[in-house]
Design a protein around this ligand. Structure first.
Ligand SMILES: *[C@@H]1O[C@H](CO)[C@@H](O)[C@H](O)[C@H]1NC(C)=O
Ligand SMILES: *[C@@H]1O[C@H](CO)[C@@H](O)[C@H](O)[C@H]1NC(C)=O
Ligand SMILES: *[C@@H]1O[C@H](CO)[C@@H](O)[C@H](O)[C@H]1NC(C)=O
Length: 166
């Protein structure tokens, strides 16, 4: 029970500029994983000590994920030719179960999964979308906020950080 509360934290990211389309897009969910608890459930080769991206999910006004299967999966292989982009994706959006060592290519299946299940209905260009996810992750220092607050409240349950964040 306790474990399930802490695996993912979802922040709501509203877009300042309105997006003109008919997809029902309303806002994004910035979904972050907390590796120390996530890695109790799966075997992690690498265990970051800060929140990492799980995904940036476009949703409609009632919080349902938007998919658009005609919006093809980004070509991550070609995108990773940009070395700095690869370094950032590896640091902030890693697939935690993959082997130790810095090689962004090993996360591609995870990114493709996130895109196909939760990202394909996003209304922007692929590169802009992925870079925005990284930018948002970097701009939210959730760990610091939680430490300052010392405790947090989730789904009606209040816990001390030391207890919840193992
Ligand atoms: C789905 O994606 C295609 C290709 O990017 C786009 O032309 C279309 O407008 C999108 N549909 C919706 C409902 O957003
Ligand atoms: C959001 O999406 C869900 C699932 O596709 C749909 O049932 C619901 O009507 C949508 N809500 C709005 C306000 O568009
Ligand atoms: C390469 O990636 C970095 C980091 O995401 C980005 O700032 C830069 O604009 C990208 N360069 C090109 C040519 O796309």
């Amino acid at each position: 029970m306790k474990i399930n509360f802490c695996i993912f934290i979802v922040l709501f990211v509203y877009c300042i500029s309105s997006v003109e389309n008919n997809s029902g897009f309303d806002h994004f969910w910035l979904v972050l994983s907390w590796p120390p608890v996530y890695c109790l459930q799966i075997r992690c080769e690498r265990k970051p000590t800060d929140f990492v991206l799980h995904g940036l999910w476009p949703v409609n006004s009632t919080g349902h994920s938007l998919k658009n299967s005609t919006n093809g999966t980004p070509n991550f292989y070609s995108m990773l030719r940009n070395h700095s982009f690869g370094i950032e994706m590896d640091e902030h959006w890693p697939s935690l179960g993959s082997k130790e060592g810095r090689d962004p290519y090993k996360h591609i299946r995870f990114w493709e999964h996130e895109w196909e299940e939760h990202g394909s209905g996003q209304p922007y260009g692929d590169t802009y979308y992925l870079q925005s996810a990284i930018r948002l992750r970097k701009s939210v220092n959730l760990l610091r906020i939680l430490r300052i607050k010392e405790y947090f409240q989730m789904e009606g349950v209040t816990g001390k950080l030391g207890t919840w964040m193992q």
